[in-house]
Write a protein that binds this ligand. Sequence first.
Ligand code: G1P
Ligand code: ZN
Length: 546
Amino acid sequence: MITTIATQPIAGQKPGTSGLRKKTPVFMGRHYLENFVQAIFDVVGARSENGAGKTFVLGGDGRYFNDRAAQVICRMAAANGAHRVIVGQGALLSTPAASHLIRLHQTDGGIILSASHNPGGPDEDFGIKFNMPNGGPAPEGVTEAMYQRTTEITDYKMLEAQDIDLSVIGRHDLGGMIVDVVDPVADYADLMETLFDFDALRALFAGGFRMRMDSMCAVTGPYAVEILENRLGAARGTVTHAAPLPDFGGMHPDPNPTWAHELMAEMMGDAAPDFGAASDGDGDRNMVVGRGVYVSPSDSLAVLAANAHLAPGYARGLAGVARSMPTSAAADRVADALGIARYETPTGWKFFGNLLDAGKVTLCGEESFGTGSDHVREKDGLWAILLWLNILAVRKQSVAEILTDHWATYGRNYYSRHDFEAIASDRAEALMAALRDSLASLPGQVVEGMTIAAADDFAYTDPVDGAVSLKQGVRILFAGGSRIVLRLSGTGTEGATLRVYLERYAPGPDGLDLDPQDALAPVIRAAHALARLAEFTGRTEPNVVT
Ligand code: G1P
Ligand code: ZN
């Protein structure tokens, strides 16, 4: 039986760049999840205009409340008239695997349950987002319409029914709607086999190559075990923290040197394997590490762009490369050398979607440990790790050798991001406002011996649909290629997070092997002075350095 349940708007259900994210108890509150899910169906429609029910993909990263939320969403999809929901077994799907399933089955979109790399558990974070039929995150117009809907909502539709057994693969009936529970890994693993030379990778591992994959008790465990250990023959136990847990085993599944410290310690130690990697809560982020050497995400994108043609899926070359504005210009140098198009987009994966759909770029990446290609419409952690492995298998060099060679060829873009978290929002806004006011006066000024060549607030016009995005972050460019970028995070859940992105270009051949923080020291001092950081925030040191 379908019931219509009276409700009223709940303030603050405004999705950010990665969907609606809140503390788990908030999501578990009365009508909270239901209101938002109804807003999704009201905006995208559970039926098409001719009345036929639509098909959606559903799954999440396995965090606390994932399973309960999936049951609620299935019942609401049925009550709203959907024809079919394709759910990963156990309500699990990595974000890239969900993107792939949406595309593979040409569905009308999908709902992904995740708060990405944020901790999970009864007192941690939960999230929900809608992806479009192209497999990518809903654009701003759509999420804004959903938000509008949450401010007007008066009731939602619910099917009264028992839980479906999401642990059993196969077809289930839910009040006349089909629920197909599918293996969350198989189709994704098959896709990877079409892109990479699995024979060469099997030979690599058979030849004694050792790797460590830290899945951080999050969703990539089953994917990594199937692909690396079962299909490619990596030693059993290569994947650690492989079982997804509702609280991620207390880990903070954010693959950066701070949070993936176990992996870092192993890779910097005497018994380090040849290659190390980690992924985040929902499997879209990645960090790669060589024996004794950390690869910054900006460098990773550049190395992948320069070498992608070594993998079968990219043997014909790349159409172009896109990076988010704060990501270092290392990939630009590769694009220029290859003579292919390059794009600089605002922060957030959704800006890559149009470029990928239009065939303008093949690879894209962000400094925030996100890399991907046109095989799906999300960033993809395991994909990046497999592309690295394919390159290592073909070049038969170590990660350190590949990096050194890359810098010798293109020069090195030293890079670091300093995050100042949980600043009072008004202080952070005031800092940015003052900085914006000063922009016109900056060019020509000399700071720390460096001359400011240009300063602006980044604006982007989408080359495909012409949409304009203003105020995407302050850029201060110095003569010689050094750069400071400042912007406020759009994903933080506490106060404001100020991100300061620092870059210095060394053309080589000298000065290519400095410690990045040392190499960037003058740029860091210039950033503090120009933004009057201590004055506005009371902080002199960042909380997180990546
Ligand atoms: C952060 C990252 C950004 C990424 C987003 C979603 O956003 O900086 O690159 O796309 O998470 O994973 P921010 O908090 O900076 O707005
Ligand atoms: Zn993520």
